[in-house]
Design a protein around this ligand. Structure first.
Ligand code: IPM
Ligand code: MN
Length: 359
C-alpha cells in the first residue's frame, strides 16, 4: 500500500528519549507513514520475559522499515546470554537478513573542534564504514564453553567461538561496497587479518574476485591493526572501508570518535532488497538515561537514512539533514558535542530546534 509501516523500537537507557525526538520529526514531515511501537531489549525482557518477543519480531518483519533506539543495561549482565538485551539486536539482524551495515563517519564543519584529533586531520572527513553484519565470529558455530570435568579434554576449562565466512556472504557485501564507492570517491579499502587468519585470506580472495566486475573502482587491502592506526593518522585517505562483523564493530566506534561524538552518527542495516533497520551508532548510555541530556541527532539522522534508503524519499532525508546542519550552525549543542561559546541544550530542546528548522 502507499502508507509505509515503520516499526518503532525504542529499547533501553536513553533509547526512549532519543526515539521520541526522531518520531516528532517524522510526524512533522507529514509523510504517508504509520508508526507502530513495540518493546525490545531489557524493556521487553521486563514486559514479556524475552529481549526479542515474537510480537516484536513479527512487527519488524511486517514493517517496511525499523527504527531502533538502543538496548542494554549493566543490570542485565547476569542473565543467561539468550536473555540479554543485546540478543534483541543480534536476533533482528539475523532474522531480517540485515547483512550490510552502513556506518558513515561524517565530520560536520561546525563540530571539527569537538574531535579529539587535530582539526586539519578531520575537517571535511567523509568516510563510509561498511560492516558485514550477519556472519563472522558473531554467529559462527560451534561456540561454547566446557569445564574440564566434562572429560572432553584434559586439564583446563575452555571457551571457543568460530570465525567463519562463506563465499556468498563475502560476495554480497563486496558488491555493496563497490556499488557504494561508485557513488562516492571510487575507492574501497578491504580490511582483514589475512597475515594470520584463514577466514581473512578467504575474504580477501573473494573481494578480489568480485572486484573484476568493478574495474572503475580502486581496491586496496589493509590489515586491521594497520587500519586502526591509519584511521587516526590520516583518516581522510579512506573512502569506503569494507570489513567483517567483528573488525567492523571495532573500527566503526573508532571512526565515530574522529567526528567528535558518536552521538552524531546514524547507521543503516540493509537486507538484499534494501529493507532496513536504522539505529544510532551509539549504545543505550544507561549512565545518562532519564536525565534528558542525550544527543538525539544520531537517531534523527537515522530516520533521514531510512527515508533515503528504504522508503525512497530522498527529499525528506535532505530536509532532515539540512535542519540538523542549521541547528548546529545556530550553535545549539548537547553535552557530548558542546564547546566554548555554544549553547548547551537537552534532548527535547534539540529535537524542538530541528523541528523548527524544518520550516
Ligand atoms: C553495535 C553494538 C552491538 C554489536 C552489540 C550491542 C551487540 O556494539 O551495534 O555496534 O556488537 O554489533
Ligand atoms: Mn559496536
Amino acid at each position: 500500500s502507499a502508507t509505509k509501516l515503520i516499526a518503532v523500537l525504542p529499547g533501553d537507557g536513553i533509547g526512549p528519549e532519543i526515539m521520541a525526538e526522531a518520531v516528532k520529526i517524522l510526524k512533522a514531515l507529514k509523510l504517508p507513514i504509520a508508526l507502530e511501537t513495540a518493546p525490545v531489549g531489557g524493556a521487553a525482557y521486563e514486559a514479556a520475559g524475552h529481549p526479542l518477543p515474537e510480537s516484536t519480531l513479527a512487527l519488524a518483519q511486517r514493517a517496511d522499515a525499523v527504527l531502533f533506539g538502543a538496548v542494554g543495561d549493566w543490570k542485565y549482565d547476569k542473565l543467561d546470554r539468550p536473555l540479554r538485551p543485546e540478543q534483541a539486536i543480534l536476533g533482528l539482524r539475523k532474522h531480517l537478513g540485515l547483512f550490510a551495515n552502513l556506518r558513515p563517519a561524517l565530520c560536520y564543519p561546525q563540530l571539527t573542534h569537538a574531535s579529539s584529533l587535530k582539526p586539519e586531520l578531520v575537517a571535511g572527513l567523509d568516510i563510509l564504514i561498511l560492516r558485514e553484519l550477519t556472519g563472522d565470529i558473531y554467529f559462527g558455530t560451534p561456540r561454547g564453553r566446557r569445564t574440564a570435568v566434562d572429560g572432553h579434554f584434559p586439564g583446563a576449562d575452555e571457551a571457543f567461538d568460530t570465525m567463519r565466512y562463506s563465499r556468498p556472504e563475502v560476495e554480497r557485501i563486496a558488491h555493496v561496497a563497490f556499488q557504494a564507492a561508485r557513488k562516492r570517491r571510487g575507492k574501497v579499502t578491504s580490511v582483514d587479518k589475512a597475515n594470520v587468519l584463514e577466514t581473512s585470506q578467504f575474504w580477501r580472495d573473494v573481494v578480489i574476485d568480485v572486484h573484476q566486475q568493478y574495474p572503475d573502482v580502486a581496491l586496496d587491502h589493509m590489515y586491521v591493526d594497520n587500519a586502526a592506526m591509519q584511521l587516526v593518522k590520516a583518516p581522510k585517505a579512506f573512502d569506503v572501508i569494507v570489513t567483517g562483523n567483528l573488525f567492523g564493530d571495532i573500527l566503526s566506534d573508532e571512526a565515530a570518535m574522529l567526528t567528535g561524538s558518536i552521538g552524531m552518527l546514524p547507521s543503516a542495516s540493509l537486507d538484499k532488497a534494501n529493507k532496513g533497520l536504522y539505529e544510532p551508532s551509539h549504545g543505550s548510555a544507561p549512565d545518562i538515561a532519564g536525565k534528558g541530556i542525550a544527543n538525539p541527532l544520531a537517531t534523527i539522522l537515522s530516520a533521514a537514512m531510512m527515508c533515503r534508503y528504504t522508503l525512497g524519499w530522498g527529499e525528506a532525508a535532505d530536509r532532515i539533514e539540512a535542519a540538523v546542519q542549521a541547528v548546529l550552525a545556530q550553535g545549539l549543542r548537547t553535552g557530548d558535542i558542546w564547546s566554548e561559546g555554544c549553547e548547551r541544550v537537552g534532548t527535547q530542546a534539540m529535537g524542538d530546534a530541528v523541528l523548527q528548522a524544518l520550516g
